[in-house]
Design a protein around this ligand. Structure first.
Ligand code: C2E
Ligand code: MG
Ligand code: MG
Ligand code: MG
Length: 281
């Protein structure tokens, strides 16, 4: 018996589970407070045009500097935000801040904001007013819709397919672009890809990582680039860390890339410098 052994009231109980729960509840209330107090930050990772090596835009990535735990990784707090519904106000904040920042950089340069990519969780699609929220934020910040890209994973295509398709069509109608993030790791079928108004495929880092090392991954990457081309979609490779990967992707005809080889995600001030230097070069 779990009870007889003194471990707890139900079988399979471990003290660590309780710690995990307390931890999670504490993180949840801390996250709520951080959002309300404006303590969250965005870092920006450049997207590079592989043909010209120019920085054409940025992806906004949420950061949570926690007062006692240090910097918390989005992979650790986005799931909490999703499970609690906090993702809705958090997602709105990220979009607003990223658009506001892009417009500010544009005004410091030639007036044209950089292209800005923002991650949208599948949970945000549960809300019927996602496209209204986006349209409001565009109006509030003065961000031109055609400078905004929304990134979503394949799960948006695979769950609540009809409702999400409608949402995506409404978003497209605003004039922005849509990207499938981490492409190749989910289960979206080719039929879905053709049906959905997707502009860009972001090739998951796990393929890029093993480029030239594992023949199957090299072949798959090549296949995704060709798939993108034949469907008239742009391709962005994620997670380039080495020159060899860059050379291979260029050879395959992949259009764009991100990765530590070019730049890690950096705070706004540094990203602004990258953008304005690029614009003056
Ligand atoms: P993602 O959208 O696929 O973003 C790419 C992740 O890969 C980022 O991790 C980035 O820092 C990392 N990365 C970029 N280049 C390299 C590289 O060369 N090597 C390696 N090892 N990693 C690289 P990050 O910032 O920790 O974000 C993780 C994930 O959290 C994101 O994956 C995205 O799914 C989610 N996320 C981040 N910010 C937001 C947000 O504002 N909203 C939502 N819904 N999700 C977010
Ligand atoms: Mg992304
Ligand atoms: Mg990704
Ligand atoms: Mg990823």
């Amino acid at each position: 018996h779990a009870k007889a052994s003194g471990g707890g009231v139900f079988s399979g109980y471990h003290p660590r589970m309780r710690e995990g729960l307390v931890d999670r509840l504490e993180l949840e209330s801390d996250l709520r407070a951080a959002l309300e107090n404006g303590d969250l930050r965005l870092h920006y990772q450049p997207t590079v045009d592989l043909a010209t090596s120019e920085v054409i835009g940025f992806e906004a990535l949420a950061r949570w500097p926690h007062p006692t735990r240090g910097m918390i990784n989005p992979l650790d707090f986005i799931p909490i935000a999703e499970a609690t519904g906090l993702i809705v106000p958090l997602g709105r904040w990220v979009l607003h801040e990223a658009c506001r920042q892009a417009v500010e950089w544009g005004m410091a340069g030639d007036g044209r904001p950089p292209k800005m990519s923002v991650n949208v969780s599948v949970r945000q699609f549960d809300r019927a007013d996602l496209s209204e929220m986006v349209s409001t934020v565009l109006a509030e910040t003065g961000m031109p819709a055609d400078r905004l890209c929304l990134e979503m994973t394949e799960s948006v295509l695979m769950t609540d397919t009809e409702a999400n398709l409608e949402q995506l069509l409404r978003l497209k109608a605003l004039g922005l672009t849509l990207a499938i993030d981490d492409f190749g790791t989910g289960y979206s079928s080719l039929a879905y890809l053709r049906r959905f108004p997707v502009d860009t495929l972001k090739i998951d880092r796990s393929f890029v990582e093993r480029l030239g090392v594992i023949a199957d991954d090299t072949a798959l990457t090549d296949t995704i680039v060709r798939l993108g081309k034949s469907l008239g979609m742009a391709t962005v490779a994620e997670g380039i860390e080495e020159f060899g990967q860059l050379a291979a992707l260029r050879e395959m005809g992949c259009g764009f890339a991100q990765g530590y080889y070019f730049s890690r995600p950096v705070p706004a001030a540094e990203a602004g410098r990258l953008f304005l230097e690029g614009a003056n070069a």
